[in-house]
Structure formats: C-alpha cells, structure tokens
Design a binder for this molecule. Structure first.
Ligand code: NAP
Ligand code: MN
Length: 265
C-alpha cells in the first residue's frame, strides 16, 4: 500500500514517524506522494495539517492518527503500538469511516468565488472593531450579528472551538454544520438569537459583512487571512467527506469522555 506520514515536527514525533516508515517499508509498503493511507503523528492539529495537505485526494485517502501528546480527537493510536498498526495496515484490517466537512464559498466584489473546505471549522472575526454582518439561512434573512465573530463547525470539529463557544457536541454521523456566536452584542439595535444553530445538509448560511472594514477568515489551524473585498461568505455541509481508517472501535462518546472528563475506565 502507498503511504505518507505527516509529523508535528518535534523530535519525538519525527522519531516515531521514522520508526513507522521503516516498519511499513519492511512490510512491503511504499512511501508515496499519492498515498492511500496517511498517518499523522502529533496531535489533532497535525491531523488537520494532514487533511489539508491531501485535500485534493480526499476520495483516495484514509487518515490515521498517532498521538504523541495527550489523547487526541483525531489521533487515537499510541506511539507504542506501531507494530500492531503496521500489521493491521498490512492485513487491511480496517474499515473506512467518513465524517462531514464544511464547505465555505467566499464571494468577492469582482464577482469571483473561492471555495474552501474545513474539517473542524471556519471562523470569521474582527479583532480591531466589532464584526457586523447579516445572516441569512436558505436566502431568508435571519438576523444581524454584531460582536467578535462567528464559528461554523463540523460535527468532528464540534469538540474544538465550537465547544469553547458553548456549542453542542455533535455526533459525526449527523450531517450538519453548527453556527456559534463569539460575544454578540445584544441591545435595541442588534439582536441575535444567542444560541448555537445546527443546520442540516442543504441548508446554507450566508454571512454578509456590513462594513468594508477588514475581517479575518480562518480555516481549521490555518492562519487567519485578512479580507476586505468580500461581499459574502456562504457555509454548508460539503459534498466531500474526510475518511479515517478505523481499525478498532473507539466510539465517539467514549472519545469525548476520555478527552474531557476522565481517561480510561
Ligand atoms: P491549536 O491552537 O494548537 O489548537 C487548540 C486545541 O484544540 C489543541 O489542544 C488541539 O489539540 C485541539 N483540537 C483541535 N481539533 C480538535 C477537535 N476536533 N476536537 C477537540 N480538540 C481539538 O491549533 P490546532 O491544533 O491547529 O487546532 C486548530 C483548531 O483550534 C481550530 O480548528 C479551532 O477549532 C481550535 N481553536 C480553539 C480555540 C478555543 O477553544 N478558544 C481558539 C482558536 C482555535 P492538539 O493539541 O492535539 O493539536
Ligand atoms: Mn495543536
């Protein structure tokens, strides 16, 4: 099988990546730029990097995560399990499990549109002043938001920024995106719903910034970019999915418990 490894870059992750490369090669697998299996060695942030690196080959790619820090949401293999992982990859003892992504369409003043995908979330923020924007859902005006920003997350990203913003944790078998507010200002002029919104597949949320001031758009771990020539940002469940290789059961809710409440048991 063709494989690739994405490492966080620290010494320990690099060593584990090297060790796994040797084990996989000894078992007859080949390092490739067009991998079937992509192993991320590091944390959840490393998995986000791996996802974006192979974003053009989502249909052909299966992701696996080894965590070199605390247990990750996306990275659930331990560094001392490399032999077991190699054997399971070799015997193809895994099944693909796919999670929804968020599609972000960025419409510019000149009529052009960019399309981006995120595995965790897309955030729209304005650090210098408050962000003011109109939200419509399925082209129906919903509210005018004024505050720090908005987060649009996927189900598997619901345990990241979304959770810190008071969003619900959503099981990845639910094809939805969630819109959460960052410090909305509510007064006689601006009134927002003040609760996270969970949108089903085919429901697009359109965010139209009011002012021409700059705001920042970020996708997952990627650095926020400043934009000033954007007329609207449209988010929906993407038609693509990200696929992980599942070698053994590790149910989502157990992962939630072990990441946030207590390990083991
Ligand atoms: P980071 O700043 O290192 O990540 C923040 C933390 O989120 C790290 O502990 C990371 O785990 C964890 N994380 C990432 N994806 C997760 C997921 N799906 N479920 C649970 N925890 C998750 O940056 P990063 O590692 O590149 O991650 C980018 C993500 O950070 C963004 O997509 C956003 O969701 C999140 N973020 C959160 C806040 C906040 O909570 N206030 C603010 C900004 C960004 P690892 O240490 O294993 O990488
Ligand atoms: Mn990180």
């Amino acid at each position: 099988m063709q494989f690739a490894i994405v490492s966080r870059g620290d010494t320990r992750s690099a060593e584990i990546a090297q060790e796994l490369t040797e084990k996989l090669q000894a078992a007859g697998h080949t390092l490739s730029e067009e991998p079937r299996i992509v192993v991320s060695v590091g944390g959840d942030g490393t998995m986000l990097q791996a996802f974006h690196k192979y974003i053009d080959r989502l249909d052909e790619t299966l992701l696996v995560g080894i965590h070199t820090g605390h247990l990750g949401f996306y990275a659930d293999w331990q560094p001392d399990e490399l032999d077991e992982l190699t054997e399971m990859i070799t015997s193809e003892s895994f099944e693909p499990v796919s999670y929804p992504l968020v599609e972000v369409l960025i419409d510019y003043e000149n009529g052009e549109t960019d399309r981006r995908l995120a595995m965790n979330d897309c955030t729209i923020k304005n650090y210098k002043r408050t962000l003011v924007c109109d939200l419509s859902i399925r082209d129906d005006y919903f509210e005018t938001f004024r505050g720090d920003g908005l987060c649009i997350s996927t189900p598997s990203g619901s345990t990241a920024y979304n959770k810190a913003l008071g969003g619900a944790i959503v099981h990845p078998s639910i094809e939805a995106i969630q819109v959460t507010e960052m410090a909305s200002i509510n007064n006689l002029v601006y009134r927002t719903i003040g609760a996270p919104l969970l949108l089903p597949k085919h429901h697009q949320v359109k965010i139209k910034p009011h002012t021409k001031t700059e705001f920042e758009l970020a996708f997952d771990h990627q650095e926020a970019l400043s934009w000033s020539d954007v007329v609207s940002i449209r988010c929906a469940v993407a038609k693509e999915k990200v696929t992980f290789a599942r070698f053994r059961p590790f149910p989502f809710w157990r992962r939630v418990r072990e990441s946030f409440i207590e390990e083991g048991k």
